[in-house]
Write a protein that binds this ligand. Structure first.
Ligand SMILES: Nc1nc2c(ncn2[C@@H]2O[C@H](COP(=O)(O)OP(=O)(O)OP(=O)(O)O)[C@@H](O)[C@H]2O)c(=O)[nH]1
Ligand SMILES: [Mg+2]
Length: 221
């Protein structure tokens, strides 16, 4: 705040800093809540259509015997993804964000307000499909994973480095299509390594199930 000679006060607000700071505070509270209930929360990000929902369906199929799972589906308008996951016998909560291109920590808190968290051991959060907005808004999850797929080409990870840098793990999905598309999957992995040399990268096909058990191991379940 500055005072001018005529007694006028000027307050400068860094909106980005304030928004991000408030979200980080809310995310820290979410983390405490999840820890208190012994729940592992995985935030799943990625562009539209990379296979986030298909991956959650595949994980749930393999994990539901052993773990009590809840899915939070972030979507601008529809319940399509929540319905898909619910068809596997998994509890779901839809979060419709309207015009917001990402979930934030407060939305997660509100969505879980009336939920008996003692019922769950794992929460999969499907973030809104895009590779830009979710990067700056941690939700308090134990792990943030980004799903990329070979149908997006090898370079998009370098064009969207922020989300990649914020991730704990990258999933390369749709590897069943490598031959059909004559895709150079090693080139994609090299591009990921250019953004972050140490990031774990797992190759899977959510459709056929190849690599899903490796992913479950890498997520330390
Ligand atoms: N061949 C193949 N297709 C896949 C795979 N994973 C997903 N798909 C297909 O890709 C399309 C998009 O998959 P979704 O799971 O809906 O993708 P999403 O990332 O959840 O999409 P949004 O929620 O719209 O952002 C669907 O037609 C899936 O069947 C895969 O491993 N292999
Ligand atoms: Mg989806």
């Amino acid at each position: 705040m500055t005072d001018s000679d005529n007694g006028q006060k000027t307050i400068e607000i860094d909106i980005q800093k304030d928004l991000f700071g408030a979200n980080e505070d809310a995310a820290a509270l979410n983390t405490d809540l999840f820890k208190a209930h012994g729940i592992t929360v995985i935030d799943i990000m990625g562009s539209v259509g990379t296979g986030k929902t298909q991956l959650i369906e595949s994980l749930c199929e393999r994990m539901r015997e052993k773990y009590r799972i809840l899915m939070l589906a972030g979507d601008l308008e529809t319940t399509i993804d929540a319905d898909r996951v619910a068809s596997h016998g998994i509890d779901t909560i839809q979060i419709n964000t309207g015009t917001a291109c990402h979930l934030d920590a407060r939305m997660i808190k509100v969505a879980l307000m009336d939920v008996d968290l003692s019922k769950y051991q794992v929460i999969f959060v499907e973030n809104v499909g895009n590779l830009i907005c979710p990067a700056g808004y941690p939700l308090g999850a134990a792990k943030k994973i980004v799903v990329v797929s070979i149908t997006e080409g090898p370079y998009m990870v370098r064009k969207h480095p922020l989300t990649i840098k914020h991730a704990d793990m990258i999933i390369i999905n749709k590897i069943d299509l490598v031959d059909a598309l004559e895709f150079d999957i090693d080139a994609l992995e090299r591009n990921i390594r250019e953004v972050d040399a140490k990031l774990p990268v797992i190759r899977v096909s959510s459709k056929t199930g190849v690599g899903i058990d490796d992913l479950i191991g890498a997520l330390e379940f």
